[in-house]
Design a binder for this molecule. Structure first.
Ligand code: PEP
Ligand code: MG
Length: 515
């Protein structure tokens, strides 16, 4: 295990996969052609971010907006731009002068504002290049490596997907550190260069002891995660059933985005596994078609859960998820194209390999198999037929496999009683994007945090259907783990959730106390 020390900017421990922040992959908008144009574009972008931010985030962005509204500063940039005939040089010169004076300040907090100015500088320079829509989509469980994370970049990211941040430069007193602490995102700063070979490798971010550990072993992950949750909400809150004040029990299941999630999740905290994003477990094209290799990915799930239910989702490829060797047909991808169930139905070879792998790994134990992105009743009929065939092929009656569906399209939620499913799992990440007509990887609408009322209305319908038919309904979108939304889900009758391990103690505490 290789270790990289850093300073703790936001306490917490997380395991996940290292990924470099792809700010460079900002998609090109129309470039601003002058200092004034860049100022207008940057202010517009910051205001949009501010509208979606918490009050702390909004206050922090206000500092940058105030600079853009400072006539003296803008005039100096405009005049230099005219004199040099080079807007980028003018912006860089004027802001670097400011940055140097902030950095020289004796007060560390004042000096840390230099990072906000750097943030503003790169946004203005980005506007000149046409960098309008920064990459926001990240796979769940990402430990993000940043050159120097900035407040506005942090606010642009889909924080539900970020397990933690490693800043190669940065300071504990920066605004971005403040934001990370407020949102409970573990963060190390001043970690120094992270080697390129670390990209896409599993890691443990220990922002309690101040280190990033590459390729951590299971014992270390469990040990550090246990210590961390003890510092926050007592980890004892993770234990035992989650019982509401009226005596009703709420099922709390584990969401698995990487096999390392199992190492940090004490089995006794959970009622089972509620969602396995298998598309994140598969790492190479050969594995997609190799049932034997896939079975070895799924076996640890059953070993972890012992007798408790294990819910495995079939590959949800396409959309924002790239699986090696399993791409949508050319031109047929995207959120509205061939993804989830639609791709599985076109790739019988992949579906059959995965069903065989799951049944093999279950070794006769009960398993719940779930189809992603179901839209039409005939899709479920197709999966039922395929599962029956796979069971026959696997040696029959030992197998107890239930077939469920993700409810993540409005069509499925509105028409729920026409679907042949043994259980339902509400995927509120996708359901929200399709209800709100706002893609989940854009900042067009703030999709994190609270569950929108229109989405809740559909949740209510599905819960009611499940209750009438005696079928289980759970919620496994990212908002399931948010306190603002949990109260609302409980109020509309949801009694089963799937969440990542680190949320469990607080989640159960909220269920027990309502606070
Ligand atoms: C969802 O859409 O809410 C969901 C759980 O699935 P994913 O986030 O993997 O698309
Ligand atoms: Mg989904």
């Amino acid at each position: 295990m290789t270790r990289l020390p850093g300073k703790v900017a936001s306490q917490g421990v997380a395991s996940g996969t290292l990924r470099r922040d792809a700010v460079a992959a900002r998609s090109a908008g129309r470039p601003a052609d002058s200092v004034a144009g860049a100022v207008i574009e940057a202010a517009w972008q910051l205001r949009a971010l501010q509208a979606a931010a918490t009050s702390l985030g909004s206050d922090i962005l206000e500092f940058q907006l105030a600079l853009l509204e400072d006539d003296g500063l803008v005039l100096e940039m405009v005049q230099k731009g005219a004199a040099h005939g080079d807007a980028a040089r003018a912006i860089a010169e004027v802001l670097e002068e400011q940055i140097a004076s902030y950095r020289a300040a004796a007060d560390a907090r004042f000096a840390a504002r230099a990072a906000d100015l750097e943030d503003l500088k790169s946004r203005l320079l980005g506007a000149l290049k046409g960098a309008a829509a920064p990459a926001r989509a990240l796979p769940a469980g990402t430990i993000l490596i940043a050159e120097e994370m900035t407040p506005s970049r942090f606010l642009e990211l889909d924080r539900a997907k970020i397990a933690g941040i490693v800043d190669q430069k940065g300071s504990e007193t920066s605004h971005v550190a403040l934001l990370a602490r407020a949102e409970g995102v573990p963060m190390l700063v001043a970690a120094g260069p992270v080697a390129a070979e670390w990209e896409s490798r599993p890691a443990l971010l220990d922002a309690a002891h101040g280190e990033l550990v590459l390729d951590p072993d299971a014992a270390l992950i469990r040990d550090r995660a246990g210590q961390a949750s003890a510092q926050d909400v007592p980890s004892s809150e993770g234990e035992g059933p989650a019982v509401l004040s009226d005596g009703e029990t709420v099922r709390v299941n584990l969401t698995v985005n990487a096999l390392a999630s199992l190492d940090e999740a004490p089995p006794e905290w959970f009622d089972g596994i509620g969602l396995v994003r298998t598309e994140l477990l598969i790492t190479d094209a050969e594995e997609v078609l190799n049932a034997g290799r896939q079975a070895s990915l799924y076996r640890p799930l059953f070993d972890w859960a012992r007798e408790k239910p294990v819910t495995i989702r079939l590959l949800d490829g396409g959309g924002d998820k790239q699986v090696p060797g399993y791409a949508p047909p050319p031109g047929g991808g995207g959120f509205l194209g061939v993804r989830g169930a639609r791709l599985l139905m076109r790739r019988g070879d992949v579906l059959r390999a995965q069903l065989a792998a799951i049944l093999d790994a279950a070794e006769g134990r009960p398993v719940r198999i779930m189809a992603p992105m179901i839209t039409l009743p005939e899709e479920m009929r197709f999966f039922r037929t395929e599962l029956d065939r796979a069971i026959d092929a696997s040696g029959a009656d030992r197998v107890q496999a239930a077939l469920g569906m993700m409810v993540e399209t409005p069509a499925a939620a509105l028409d729920i009683d026409r679907f042949d499913a043994d259980f339902f799992a509400l995927g509120t990440n996708d359901l929200a994007q399709y209800v709100l007509a706002a893609s989940r990887d854009s900042e067009a609408l703030p999709l994190g945090g609270e569950i929108p009322p229109a989405v809740l209305e559909l949740v209510r319908r599905v819960v009611e259907h499940g209750r009438n038919k005696g079928l289980a309904v759970s919620v496994c979108g990212d908002v399931a783990a948010s306190e603002e939304s949990l109260g609302r889900f409980l109020a509309c009758g949801v009694r089963s959730f799937s969440i990542p391990s680190r949320f469990a103690p607080r989640f159960k505490q909220y269920i027990r106390t309502g606070l």
